[in-house]
Design a protein around this ligand. Structure first.
Ligand code: ATP
Ligand code: MG
Length: 430
């Protein structure tokens, strides 16, 4: 049917069939976060634009092209959050959370917004789950966060995600690496895309994240970051690797893993899934040692990751890892209309059923009925559709006798029970 209104490009309705899957995945992830000692934080959907420009970086794709930025009624520039780290860091400083715990472990989940070209695995409103450990720098934190990502994927039944690990160094060693990038590509700048030609001048490291195939060919010439790391960064990477080995997490060192945001220092990582096509990263993260201070907070460092719900769910579907999630109804109440004229409205049968329905629900038993004036047959059809375990049949004759019929839909057994004992009888069954 032609509809008057359509959802916007790059946004999706999560319909009941799918939201069941979402709840399953979100539930698993939240349980794991709690098990690893993370507490939830919920930040607003929109923030001052400046927050994202300053943290993500003015020459990143997100800030350059992808932000939903608009003036509010007072002319202030606001932005729908494109990622979760900057808002969490803002909240951490604003609420002085650093005074509560030296090392704070937070997680979040919810919608994020980027004006990207919609395609498989790339929406304009998408959903992320993520963690941030704020307040300390220790390879144990990086290793545990990576292990946590691995643990989530494994717990959902995904064993073959590939873990890429890198290091983008620190302010001591990065300038030399940037110089190395520039000198390596000196003769081939004309072969780079327009964006990379700009990046070459303003932010050479950003080129390493370019998805353009021609650029990728040129970028291969650039030596690995590993060779340019200072002693401290090298040591940090080695220690992180040792701990990953201790936890039996397998990984591949990626020579150019910079990720799409400028705030990273040292550790970067991604979990990629080959079956996903071009949009293959399911979880990505890294360490950011300067952002909190740059935002006016204490001089402490942090590390985190963010995962994409849509991509994760599509992998789970591809791999057949979504368990059958039937949320069938416990009890359906059917009534035999004595008089089709008054049935479903005010007759005794309806009133008795309607009252009993609410009583049953008070005992944490899920229950429903058909509010239309339908035949008993159509009511049973509905009970089957709702996958009801039991059906209670209420008829005028039965009411007079103070009884109702209880049918076990699995076995087909039927028994007459007293109307005023119906709820206690059902309580025994659930
Ligand atoms: P990519 O370039 O692979 O889209 P990114 O570097 O932009 O990733 P992050 O900003 O680190 O990604 O976001 C973390 C995760 O969120 C991604 O790995 C991905 O799973 C998901 N994600 C990011 N952008 C989108 C989007 N537009 N639609 C759906 N999921 C997304
Ligand atoms: Mg992106």
């Amino acid at each position: 049917m032609a509809t008057k209104y359509q959802s916007l490009r790059g946004t999706k309705d999560i319909l009941p069939e799918d939201s069941r899957t979402w709840r399953y995945v979100e539930g698993k992830i939240s349980d794991i976060f709690a098990r690893f000692g993370y507490q939830e934080i919920r930040t607003p959907i929109f923030e001052m634009t400046e927050l994202f420009v300053r943290s993500i970086g003015a020459s990143t794709d997100i800030v350059n092209k992808e932000m939903y930025t608009f003036p509010d009624k007072k002319g202030r520039s606001l932005t729908l959050r494109p990622e979760g780290t900057a808002p969490v860091v803002r909240a951490y400083i604003q609420n002085q959370l650093y005074q509560k715990d030296e090392v704070l472990k937070l997680y979040y989940k919810g919608p994020f917004f980027r004006y990207e070209r919609p395609q498989a695995g790339r929406e304009r409103q998408f959903h992320q789950f993520g963690v941030e450990v704020l307040g300390a720098s220790s390879p144990a934190i990086d290793a545990e966060i990576i292990y946590l990502g691995c643990f989530i994927l494994k717990s959902l039944g995904l064993d073959n995600a590939k873990l890429l690990l890198g290091s983008v160094g620190c302010s001591d060693c990065r300038p030399a690496y940037e110089k190395l990038i520039v000198s390596t590509l000196k003769e081939s700048t004309s072969k780079l895309c327009d964006d990379c030609q700009k990046r070459y001048k303003t932010n050479p490291l950003r080129m390493l994240d370019c998805k353009n195939e021609d650029c990728k060919k040129q970028l291969k010439k650039i030596p690995s970051f590993a060779g340019s790391l200072c002693d401290d960064c090298k040591k940090y990477l080695n220690e992180t690797e040792e701990l990953l080995k201790l936890l039996e997490v397998s990984y591949t060192i990626s020579p150019h893993l910079v990720r799409g945001l400028d705030y990273y220092t040292r550790t970067t990582f991604e979990f990629v899934y080959s079956g996903l096509g071009a949009q293959s990263t399911v979880i990505g993260g890294g360490r950011y040692n300067n952002l909190i201070k740059e935002f006016g907070g204490p001089s402490v460092s942090a590390c985190g990751f963010a995962g994409g719900m849509e991509r994760l769910i599509s992998v789970l579907k591809n791999e057949g890892k979504i368990p059958s999630l039937s949320d069938g109804l416990d009890v359906f109440i059917a009534q035999i209309p004595a008089n089709t004229e008054t049935a479903g409205k005010g007759d005794e049968c309806f009133k008795t059923a309607f009252k009993l329905l609410q009583e049953i629900r008070c005992f944490k038993i899920s229950a429903d009925m058909d509010y239309r004036n339908g035949s008993l047959k159509s009511q049973f059809r509905k009970a089957n559709k709702l996958k009801a375990s039991y059906v209670i049949v209420i008829g005028e004759d039965e009411i007079k006798k103070g009884i109702v019929k209880l049918k076990d839909m699995k076995t087909g057994n039927e028994e007459n029970i007293k109307l005023d004992e119906a709820t206690s009888k059902l309580k025994e069954k659930f």
